[in-house]
Design a protein around this ligand. Structure first.
Ligand code: ATP
Ligand code: MG
Length: 177
């Protein structure tokens, strides 16, 4: 890619992770290489499974998938282990950027890692400011830091007008996870 930009999908409405996945699929269709990473999470969510299967079957060498979280009980607070995993994740993203191997780098839920102080926001701003011109960087997650938003080129806020979760509908496999 000649000129890459930094995109952020934030807000409290549904669609941030799925938008980033849609972009990954589109990029692969165009022959671009993709590094899809997920912060603060560990486990075979359906999106991770799908991307890993695609990487193995169709896009070997063009798609890499990695999670930078630790297994936690639902709603349990983040610990030092989460912090270590997130910091290690940022290092890996920096390495991947410098390697020039990927056109599109997606950091799903990195905003959450910043919000909960697992990583320093200045490190993320630095990542945006020093990324190679040819790399497209996508950051997702609620509660994006205003200074991180300032450093980005495209910001989309998913706004919750309605969500069936508020009516008690639990997260469904294949739709929310
Ligand atoms: P998706 O992964 O569906 O694209 P997202 O990445 O925008 O959504 P997250 O903030 O990562 O959303 O939230 C994870 C999941 O929790 C989403 O699927 C979302 O639909 C669901 N969710 C959103 N709001 C609520 C709520 N108030 N209660 C329970 N679950 C919710
Ligand atoms: Mg998400």
């Amino acid at each position: 890619m000649k000129q890459g930009y930094t995109q952020i999908y934030t807000g409290n409405g549904k669609g941030k992770t799925t938008a980033s996945m849609g972009l990954a699929v589109r990029a692969l269709g165009a022959g671009l290489s993709v590094y899809f990473t997920q912060f603060t999470k560990k486990g075979k969510y359906s999106e991770i499974k799908a991307l890993e299967d695609m990487a193995a079957a169709l896009f070997s060498g063009k798609l890499k998938v990695e999670q930078f979280g630790v297994i936690r009980k639902v709603l349990s607070p983040f610990t030092d282990r989460d912090k270590e995993a997130a910091e290690k994740g940022l290092e890996k993203i920096r390495e991947a950027m410098d390697s020039g191997m990927y056109d599109l780098i997606i950091t799903d839920e990195l905003n959450i890692a910043v919000h909960y102080k697992l990583v320093d926001k200045n490190e993320v701003i630095d990542l945006i400011k020093t990324k190679p011109e040819s790399t497209e960087l996508v950051i997702t997650g609620r509660y994006a830091d205003p200074d991180v938003l300032k450093a980005a080129d495209l910001v989309t806020e998913m706004c919750e007008e309605k969500h069936y979760a508020n009516e008690g509908v639990p997260a469904r496999k294949g739709i929310e996870m």
